[in-house]
Design a protein around this ligand. Structure first.
Ligand SMILES: Cc1cc2nc3c(=O)[nH]c(=O)nc-3n(C[C@H](O)[C@H](O)[C@H](O)COP(=O)(O)OP(=O)(O)OC[C@H]3O[C@@H](n4cnc5c(N)ncnc54)[C@H](O)[C@@H]3O)c2cc1C
Length: 568
């Protein structure tokens, strides 16, 4: 049993919303396994607070909302880098998928008429974010996980997928390391779906779970799969000062305001119409500018004031935010403003897929935050990511079923055997290394430099410096040893394995940002402050070579919306 290769029709990597949604769409006759490096209910999806967007038109002021208006807001929010065909599909399917979730048992907050409640979110012309107080991810993930139990989805929990095996442009399977036993095994599959989440923790000051290292994207990259638009990294305006725990955009959606040390509601100077509810890239830059110009508190943070909403509304709509502010900052939002600062939040880039979630490898798909479809382009609108996970999880399951029906089984077990031997050897060599460096030193320096030099404001000199530091850290990595030699729950080994991937992704992000000489969405170059459509209305593609990423570019799909200047 130990060395036997287990064989599946479909392997889904990731137990968050995208992975569970994909698994639920795979029919009973197909043999499915879901891999997750943590128990599925520990996936970062659980932490989502504010809600998911769908043009339901359920609340006052949104009666004439439509999926077309949602599409336009998303494309404008993306600074015109999103692929418009994919955005249309996502926004059109939004209402149908939200009702499906409701029927599966998601306890959404309700309007007085008992319809699904909706709140305003950034960059949207209508209140269209469906929510369950400020714990939307929690209820969505629990509901989908319950459904997956009902369907008897086979889950390999606490297995880290370390490599993807591709031969002749066709998926063969994966190799994974079991935390508990330290065993390294191969699993054969005709279809592999990556639903491995984002790469937030390549950065310091992140709202993301510690597990969001981007390891799935890095595994796909090492296997030769092109990675798209990695330089587009979202910084969320309101993270709790000091810990960077997220304070949902829903707090501003419910009426919270941002104030500087002069007591001024400064957003009126940056986004006259939408103010605090301008898209995140704009609010984060405005806040950073205020702090740099001396209008922050302690030169580090601003105030998010909810007091005027009153205790009842705060407790009804934002109970989780109250708990976070009290527990982690000692601040009761009913009585005092919350100290906030921008922090890393979301990965717009990822594994390059088309609007069906297909990659250029036969049998390989990606969905959710690890994928770049691209529906978010250069800047994601709040509430669109949860929507993306469920919509594209569903779409991928439909297309992979067709793939399985129409294609014969062309796997050859010998490729997997060879790859397994190679992977075992790689891990053995890591364990035998005698180098002086600790992985924590390299990881911490990487996070500092990425936040400081490839952050909210970027410029040539700093980007060059970041590229050099990343190269140095990649060299230093060869000198990292694993001091703890046990096979059982060896988290040092796991962290060292993941750090290699984080360095790869940082390399792509920093070089991609240096090359892109324009400002678009989250990528703001102080030395090239304007968007440059003639030269840069295109996606960045990075492919692995032993000497670092090789870059190429790909056109953006424009359907109905010609690029315009973004005004809010
Ligand atoms: C604090 C916070 C609040 C948010 N709030 C909102 C919101 O209100 N609205 C919204 O639209 N978006 C929100 N987002 C974004 C949104 O939650 C995420 O983009 C989305 O949930 C990602 O889902 P996913 O299924 O793609 O990945 P995740 O939920 O991150 O799951 C990834 C899965 O992959 C597994 N995995 C990863 N690598 C490996 C590997 N190598 N081997 C095995 N398993 C692996 C993990 O174990 C995990 O199960 C928020 C994000 C954060 C951080």
């Amino acid at each position: 049993m130990r060395n036997e290769v287990l064989s599946y029709d479909v392997i889904v990597i990731g137990g968050g919303l995208a992975g569970l949604m994909t698994s639920l769409g795979v029919t009973g006759s197909q043999k499915l396994a879901l891999f997750s490096k943590v128990h599925p209910l520990r996936s970062h999806s659980l932490a989502a607070q504010g809600g998911l967007n769908a043009a339901l038109g359920n609340v006052p002021g949104s009666a004439d909302d439509s999926w077309e208006k949602h599409t336009f807001d998303t494309i404008k929010g993306s600074d015109y880098l999103a692929d418009q065909d994919a955005v249309e599909i996502m926004c059109r399917m939004g209402p149908e998928v939200v009702y499906e979730l409701e029927h599966w048992g998601v306890p959404f907050s309700r309007t007085p008429e008992c319809k699904i409640a909706q709140r305003p979110f950034g960059g949207a012309d209508y209140p269209r974010t469906c929510y369950a107080t400020d714990r939307t991810g929690h209820v969505l993930l629990h509901t989908l996980y319950e459904q997956s139990c009902r369907k008897n989805v086979e889950v390999f929990s606490e297995w880290l997928v370390t490599s993807l095996v591709i031969e002749d442009n066709q998926v063969q399977g994966i190799i994974a390391l079991h935390y508990e036993s330290g065993e390294v095994r191969a699993f054969s599959a005709r279809v592999v779906v990556f639903a491995t989440g984002g790469y937030g923790r390549v950065y310091g000051n992140s709202t993301n779970a510690l597990i969001n290292t981007g390891s799935g994207i890095a595994v796909a990259y090492r296997a030769g799969v092109p990675i798209k638009d990695l330089e587009f990294v979202q910084f969320h305006p309101t993270t709790l000062y000091g810990t960077n725990i997220l304070i949902t955009e829903g707090a501003r959606g419910e009426g919270g305001i941002l104030v500087n040390n002069k007591g001024e509601r400064f957003m009126k100077r940056y986004a006259e119409k939408l103010m605090e509810l301008a898209p995140r890239d704009i609010v984060s830059r405005s806040m950073t500018t205020e702090i740099l110009e001396g209008f922050g508190f302690e030169n580090a943070y601003l105030h998010l004031d909810l007091r005027h909403l009153g205790r009842e509304k705060i407790m009804e709509r934002l109970p989780g935010i109250c708990d976070i502010a009290i527990d982690f900052a000692g601040v009761d939002p009913v009585k005092e403003p919350i100290p906030v600062q921008p922090g890393q939040h979301y990965s717009m880039g990822g594994i390059d897929t088309n609007e069906k979630g297909e990659t250029k490898i036969r049998g390989l798909y990606a969905a959710g935050e690890c994928a770049c479809v691209s529906v978010h382009g250069a800047n994601r609108l709040g509430g669109n990511s949860l929507l993306e996970t469920v919509v594209f999880g569903k779409i991928v399951s439909t297309h992979l079923r067709e793939f399985l029906k129409s294609q014969g089984d062309t796997r050859d077990a010998s490729f997997l055997d060879k790859a397994l031997e190679k992977e075992k050897q790689r891990i053995e060599e890591l364990l035998k290394r005698k180098g002086e460096r600790r992985y924590t030193e390299i990881r911490d320096e990487l996070r500092r430099v990425m936040f400081a030099d490839v952050g909210i404001f970027r410029k040539e000199e700093e980007l060059r410096r970041a590229c050099e530091v990343v190269q140095r850290l990649k060299r230093d990595y060869r000198d990292v040893s694993v001091r703890h030699k046990s096979r059982y729950f060896n988290f040092e080994l796991i962290n060292v394995l993941e750090l290699e991937g984080m360095l790869d992704l940082a390399d792509i992000i920093s070089r991609g940002a240096l090359a892109r000489r324009e400002s678009r969405g989250s990528h703001f170059r102080t030395d090239y402050p304007k968007r440059d459509d003639p030269n840069w209305l295109r996606h960045t593609l990075a492919t692995f070579t032993p000497n670092g990423p090789e870059f190429d570019y790909k056109e953006v799909k424009i359907t109905r919306y010609a690029p315009q200047e973004r005004k809010y």
